[in-house]
Write a protein that binds this ligand. Sequence first.
Ligand code: HEM
Length: 416
Amino acid sequence: MASTSLDQPDVTTPSLYLDGIPHDRFAKMRNAPGLTWHPYEASGFWAVTRHADIKECSKRSEDFSSGIGHTNLWDLEADALEARRSILDMDAPEHTRLRRLLAKAFTPKAIRVWEDLTREIAAELLDDYLEAGGGDWVEMVAAPLPIRVILNILGVPVEDADFLVELSNYIIEGTSDQMSLAPDAYGNTTELRLLPFASPASHALFEYGERIADERRAEPREDMVTLLVQLEDEGGKMSHNEFKNLFHALILAGNETTRTAITHGAMAFTDHPDQWQRLVDDPHLLYQGVEEVLRWGTPLIHMRRTAAVDTELGGTQIAKGDKVVMWYSSSNRDDTVFEDPFTFDVGRDDNDHQAFGGGGPHFCLGAFLARMEITVLLEEMMARNMSFDSRGEPQRASSNFVHGILSLDLEVSSLD
Ligand code: HEM
């Protein structure tokens, strides 16, 4: 059995990420034979750090289950897993059924419908940002854009965007070692272990989803919440618990990850002004530029699977029940796939990055939406011939799950 236990393989301590991704540790694991056994809580997990192994693990969903245990690092008790189970934590056939119900709303054709609105939102945010001469990019541009878009798609009042961003921020704290809410915040009385990311803000988001669902039941509209409510009520195609967790997942996934990508994009272009100029001079590079922003930023650091059978991956024997964790932050710097992986290159071709996962049934449902939002934002930034400078170090999240930037102070001007 090829496996490696490095002297110090720790990549799970959240505070490590305050200094950025621990790339040196991931490189050691990528270069070691087999998978690396990584201690974690009472037992540990197999760290999958190479691109090819992540692709295989993602595709072999019968061997590497999303429904057993949990898709985050820590295990959940059976009742907590049931209460918190989202589309991410399911296997076929439940997963296939739920995914099919949603897939149509997220195809490139369906997403194109939202492009004009996204452009309007991006233009308004960028104009305000330019007028102010810059400021916190996260608060002023990166956070409001994706939440406003997903709220429009869902049919949720856009006036509630700030409240929902606030809830998302608190929920994501659940992946860090910095929890700032009291257990009874937002009137929560549910045991925290039964709530996604053990956060009382998840209770508030569940309640919010229920309220919107009741409103759409009383007065249906042409929006996604109405569609989901009808699937639950009329067809019985979706259970109530599935609705609750799906609404929660769509709000969270629809805003947190794209915000992070947009922020890493702004940081990368600030740090590499030559690459920004290259894009402005040659807008044909936009497609590659967007993919490079996604690879460079890799907004989600990992996802977990659990072995459903005794099996093998990357030359390592894995026992049924073992946790297997795919580290996208590592695979997106794998030099067997990416030439000069630590170079930010907006002209990079064949950029087979794994920011949206390694393929297989759980591949990011919102990938086209995220790509469209980033593309439109960059187009609007290019149209304004923006230039930016850093006004200080970004404030990073203490999290091993989201590659989050809490604030990024930039100075901007328009060169026109
Ligand atoms: C840059 C932005 C985004 C990134 C980096 C990202 C990344 C990911 C990753 C890594 C996964 C898990 C893949 C796997 O386990 O194999 C995922 C799943 C998912 N994403 Fe995204 N995502 C982004 C944007 C979005 C958006 C805008 C939505 C919109 C609703 C969304 C909805 C989802 C959903 C519902 C799943 C679960 C899919 C399933 O289990 O079948 N994501 N995403």
